[in-house]
Design a binder for this molecule. Structure first.
Ligand code: PGA
Length: 251
């Protein structure tokens, strides 16, 4: 069975001291559950400190992006080999903010996924439609294109360690959550797509997180849906008490 996977994406928030304080609170909260996988994704500036706080605790630490080359003249970028060397276990790839503000394309997302596996880091791959695309009835078409391109030449054997995050762009940071029914409809559809691209066994093993205004008041009903395996959380992951409530959604 797929273990619930609750991840906090801190985005460009929190100074180092604030990140360390939050990481300590997450460590305590995660120590009180053995049924949920927990991950945090601090900024690059706080990554080393947070890794130190969470070392040996079972809480996974991710970078929010990466480059696909192992090294070279790419000012400002960080490779998956460097993330692995620091102790990161995961990397978030293709977040809609990266796509929207930094020109990240499906092709880059695919290269980054290959780079993550090359370095032994597990990718969390974000896909999502805009409001315009949803209203035009293109949701499935857009998501199918994003996920199919992202997974080009990704081996079936590595797929169970990849996580897909479905994050409707219109629900991110807006307070508008997809209803559990809307999210479940998409997650079920994505699982069918995974079965088509690979097979049933892969489709049943890949975890699909929902992201977009997840908070303590809506996490339970989202997580109750059969194909929603976790949450990728922005705003509500920045405060210890709300992220603790998300980690303990099943208690
Ligand atoms: P949000 O962000 O929870 O603040 O909507 C989610 C995300 O972008 O991962």
């Amino acid at each position: 069975m797929r273990r619930p996977f609750i991840a906090g994406n801190w985005k460009m928030n929190l100074l180092v001291d604030q990140s360390l304080a939050l990481a300590k609170a997450v460590k305590t909260a995660a120590g009180q559950t053995d049924t949920v996988d927990v991950l945090v994704a601090p900024t690059f500036a706080s990554l080393a400190g947070v890794l130190e706080v969470l070392k040996g605790t079972g809480v996974a630490v991710a970078a929010q992006t990466c480059h696909w080359e192992p090294s070279g003249a790419f000012t400002g970028e960080v490779s998956t080999e460097m993330l692995k060397d620091m102790g990161c276990s995961h990397v978030i790839i293709g977040h809609s903010e990266r796509r929207q503000y930094f020109g990240e394309t499906d092709e880059w997302v695919n290269k980054k996924i290959h780079a993550a596996f090359r370095a032994g880091i597990l990718p969390i791959v974000c896909i999502g439609e805009t409001l315009e695309q949803r209203e035009a009835g293109d949701t499935f078409k857009v998501l199918d294109a994003q996920l199919t391109a992202a997974l080009d030449k990704v081996e079936a054997s590595t797929m169970p360690s990849l996580t897909v995050a479905y994050e409707p762009v219109w629900a991110i940071g807006t307070g508008k959550t997809a209803t559990p029914e809307q999210a479940q409809e998409v997650h079920a559809h994505l699982r069918v797509l995974l079965a088509t691209l690979y097979d049933d066994s892969v489709a049943q093993q890949v975890r699909i997180q929902y992201g977009g205004s997840v908070k303590p008041s809506n996490v339970k009903e989202l997580m109750a849906k059969p194909d929603i395996d976790g949450a990728l959380v922005g705003g509500a992951s920045l405060k210890a008490d709300s992220f603790e409530a998300l980690i303990h959604f099943d208690q």
